[in-house]
Design a protein around this ligand. Structure first.
Ligand code: NAP
Ligand code: GCO
Length: 267
């Protein structure tokens, strides 16, 4: 096989969770371009319809379903439905996520649990649902969307950091436990990406100047810009394709160099 062909996803079925827009949508578009059949879910019908329209606009006939990824019964039922309506799932991307920016001492335990539920428990639930048929099929790819917060902390994101740090370790554990079945489980750690999730951090100030957090991120990023969802396309295709068959338990940070950089020197 030529090296370029080893990146092809022709004939594969890829399920990307929470992929009506944003990072999940961009990854799904890249997978479709590489030849895969796209399945996605989202939390309500309105989002799924919005997603279906966006895929159609790109000429992609995606299969969209309503499913809350924290609901184990619903996830198991959807997995069976996808297998019968579309085919066995070869690639799973655990993308659905939420964030709550609340100082830790002001956060209720139930708010903390909600974030852990979507960002950590759900990838466990969905991975568990697809692994048995991946084993039967002789292999598969699981990609967990981690974060800078899999490595770093900051004010107000205790639950998100705890969940994404946990997701990094779940990634390593799935790789450890199921690598012998030719299942590769890797993470992508996006840097600061311009999506609706981060819009509050980029809002312009009343005087038209940059939000202080926006300026802070630019100064922390050697690339001196926010990432775009499209920046994740190539890395996501690599980790879903045969080109990465001996890469397992790794988190690929796509962060414009943030984690490598001490930050701009003063003056
Ligand atoms: P996002 O707003 O986090 O998009 C995630 C999608 O998941 C939304 O459609 C969301 O629906 C859906 N979702 C939430 N809870 C769900 C549930 N229980 N079941 C099913 N779907 C659910 O936008 P994003 O920025 O594209 O983020 C995608 C992933 O990348 C997330 O895991 C996020 O943590 C991670 N990430 C983002 C950045 C960034 O800078 N943007 C950086 C690193 C990592 P709603 O619209 O209703 O919430
Ligand atoms: C925040 C951000 C982040 C990013 C991302 C970084 O408030 O600090 O929302 O956590 O979204 O996950 O990789």
């Amino acid at each position: 096989m030529s090296i370029i062909n080893s990146f092809s996803l022709e004939g594969k079925v890829a399920w990307i969770t929470g992929a009506s827009y944003g990072i999940g949508f961009a990854i799904a578009c890249a997978y479709a371009d590489a030849g895969a059949t796209i399945v996605f879910n989202d939390i309500n019908q309105e989002l799924v319809d919005k997603g279906l329209a966006s895929y159609q606009e790109k000429g992609i006939s995606a299969h969209g379903y309503v499913c809350d990824v924290t609901d184990e019964e619903a996830v198991n039922a959807l997995t069976k439905r996808i297998e019968s309506e579309v085919g066995k799932i070869n690639i799973l991307v655990n993308n659905a996520g939420i964030i709550k920016r609340i100082p830790m001492c002001e956060m209720s335990a139930s708010q903390f649990r909600q974030v852990i539920d979507v960002d950590l428990n759900a990838p466990f639930i969905v991975s568990k649902a697809v692994i048995p048929s991946m084993i039967e099929a002789g292999g598969g790819k699981i990609i967990n969307i981690c974060s800078m917060m899999s490595e770093l902390g900051r004010e107000t994101v205790s639950a998100y950091a705890a969940a994404k740090g946990g997701l990094k370790m779940l990634t390593r554990n799935i790789a450890s436990e199921y690598g012998k079945y030719n299942i590769q489980c890797n993470g992508i750690g996006p840097g600061y990406i311009a999506t609706p999730q981060t819009a509050p951090l980029r809002e312009k100030q009343p005087d038209g100047s940059r939000h202080p957090f926006d300026a802070f991120i630019i100064s922390k990023t050697p690339a001196e810009r926010w990432g775009n969802a499209e920046d994740l396309m190539g890395p996501a295709v690599f980790l879903a394709s045969e080109a990465s068959d001996f890469v397992n338990g790794h988190v690929l940070y796509v962060d414009g160099g943030i984690l490598a950089y001490i930050g701009k020197q003063p003056g």
